[in-house]
Design a binder for this molecule. Sequence first.
Ligand code: NAD
Length: 422
Amino acid sequence: MPQQINQNMPSYLDSDNPGPWGVFLEQVDELSKWTDTLKHPERSLIVDVPVRLDDGTIAHFEGYRVQHSLNRGPGKGGVRFHQEVTLSEVMALSAWMSVKTAVVGLPFGGAKGGIRVDPRKYSQGEIERITRRYTSEISSIIGVNKDIPGPDVNTNAQTMAWMMDTYSMQVGTTQPGIVTGKPIALGGSLGRVEATGRGVFIVGVAAAKDADINLDGARVSIQGFGNVGGTAARLFTEVGAKIVAVQDHTGTIYDADGLDVEALLAHVKQTGGVGGAANTTAIAADEFWKIETDILIPAALEGQINKHNADSIRARIIVEGANGPTTPAADDILTQKGVVIVPDVLANAGGVTVSYFEWVQNSSSFYWSVEEINQRLEKIMLDAYHALTATAAEHEVSLRTAAFITACTRILEARQLRGLFP
Ligand code: NAD
């Protein structure tokens, strides 16, 4: 009898001969012995990134690449350029990528990278040299079938083009599949730019249907009107919903009859934010969270829905476009109020899903139409949504808990089947 079972035996059973209960405990221990693997990233690399600046001096930046879990496939996760990035942050983000790829059933593990640099302080040439040296430093652990970076905070299609070129120069052949989020001209995928907002829309529509919300005339509020929020707003208005409130870093605007989304997108393109848009009413930032709405989409920053505003939220569904927009305390308050939260690991997984399509297209050098991409995206997002709602109903838990149950089970099942080397 394993020591663990003896220790956990209830007093009313004979610890030396517990009968069938002992068999059950052995089965639990069989799977649970792998859970600690989730607490240990497989590989964490810290690199020094020395770069010659425009003034001739040499600066050093700290860079990281963490592969949390590679059990289900190559690592996948973005590269973040930020002056406050830490190894702990990159480790956590890599683990959330493991969960996200497993929730939507993509054949990837989780990874993440970052450089401690404030990109606003450096010229385009300096950023290119930082990107290239970083790519070269992490090239021993990334690879088309090992770990595929993508863009994240302060990195973009150009950054990915430099990473792809640097890696290709090192291995001697053009390797478009080494990164995703590339420009279309270098093997990027159609539909990638709007994929995350489209994914938010797809699961938002499914959740609305489950909540008996008629989308024709449904009220939607959105925080963040950038790539994710702007795309979701456009798609929701196309099916008859009204965007009643939008908040971004320049202001908060409201119109009970529905904002003119096309005009607003044009205004943001021209001025950089929604503040001051014509024919809209400006309201105080705090008021945004109190607006009665059917669907609330946080698509800006983390921690926006917290214990200070959760109680005043009057939404029926929250679809998390941003990463980590709801704190655990707010999660509890909202769940008690009966608000359905479609968690970030599902709701914003449209981006990594189309990144997967980009990688598949690069591998086969055969490119799909945007219609094919959107159709496949919709199927993957809806299948994942329905799997989570079924798990949530079965275990009487929130969709977020269901997402973690689903993802961790998939990761540990793969771990268990592969066994331990050597
Ligand atoms: P973006 O830069 O295009 O837009 C960000 C938006 O947030 C802007 O409208 C900005 O004004 C707003 N914002 C910034 N600070 C704010 C503040 N203090 N208050 C209110 N609004 C503020 O970024 P994006 O690509 O749309 O990403 C939005 C969120 O979605 C982020 O959390 C990001 O991590 C997450 N996400 C994005 C993708 C993707 O593919 N773009 C994928 C997964 C998750």
